[in-house]
Design a protein around this ligand. Structure first.
Ligand SMILES: [Zn+2]
Ligand SMILES: [Zn+2]
Length: 279
């Protein structure tokens, strides 16, 4: 199978709107594809590099049910992961309780309880843990084992993050483009700003609720999106970010109403608890 890549952007949005350059952020699209990842690999749904001597994490809300391995990413594999990694760590592991209802925070009522673990891969030297599966699971929260093909792209913010005046000029420009070119004209939201699919870093979309800024419970700092878990890898048939030749839902994961489930972390202190948000 050919390695999934983002097609050339339909246009460079910083040409008509140079002021957007100040908001550019890189994101790493993970491009998960069904495969047979090992515990040594970055993966979605693969085995975790987890020492047998370390207690397997459990969900406190479901009678100590063991969490399900969701993903792990080596810092060296994912260009946008290093700025998030606490000192001395080089591997991010994500586990979750594959059930719908959790009450571990105001943003997490309607999604799986998640645990983020940072560790140093070289320190895992002994035998690996073989976790027992959680007793009850929702199938849509059980990932298909996937290898990942990280690719760095440039993103621009969801419109609500922009000054109102700039947002309005972008909308007027879109209207003009639609009138001139027709339905194939690109849209800021879907074609030019935010990449769909699983990704690390970049910007967060708020298309379901409008913008809700996420602040750290521990210190009040505005949080940054670390991981986006997406139900689809594309925006549909006319998708400028398209993964031609690949299925739209390679991981089998569907979150919320076929939406996105995002982990936000504190840029001031990586030891502060993360928060989840559904879109
Ligand atoms: Zn649970
Ligand atoms: Zn904080």
């Amino acid at each position: 199978m050919t390695r999934p890549r983002t097609p050339y952007r339909p246009l460079d949005i910083t040409v008509p709107f140079p002021e957007l350059s100040a908001y550019a952020r890189t994101a790493t699209r993970l491009h998960p594809c069904p495969g047979t990842p090992t515990a040594a690999d970055s993966s979605v749904g693969g085995p975790l590099l987890w020492p047998a001597a370390e207690a397997w994490p459990v969900c406190g809300e479901h009678g100590g049910a063991p969490l399900l391995p969701l993903a792990q990413f080596h810092v060296g594999d994912v260009p946008d992961l290093p700025p998030f990694a606490p000192p001395g760590t080089d591997l991010l592991q994500v586990l979750w309780c594959p059930r719908y209802a959790h009450e571990d925070g105001p943003f997490s009522h309607f999604g799986p309880y998640t645990r983020l673990v940072w560790r140093r891969a070289a320190e895992v030297t002994g035998p690996l843990a073989v976790p027992s599966p959680p007793p009850v699971t929702e199938e849509r929260y059980v990932p298909v084992p996937c290898v990942v093909h990280p690719e760095q792209v440039v993103e621009y913010p969801f419109a609500d993050y922009l000054p109102k005046e700039l947002d309005q000029r972008i909308m007027a420009w879109e209207d003009e483009l639609q009138a001139r070119i027709g339905p194939s004209a690109p849209w800021y939201q879907y074609d030019l700003s935010l990449a769909p699919g699983w990704k690390i870093g970049g910007w967060d979309s708020w298309h379901r609720t409008d913008l809700v800024r996420v602040y750290c419970d521990a210190c009040g700092t505005e949080m940054r999106v670390l991981l986006t878990i997406d139900s689809y890898e594309g925006n549909g048939a006319a998708d400028s970010w398209g993964r031609y030749g690949d299925p739209g839902r390679p991981t089998g994961i569907a979150v919320g109403r076929d939406g996105e489930y995002r982990a936000f972390v504190c840029p001031a202190d990586p030891s502060h608890p993360h928060r989840m948000s559904m879109q």
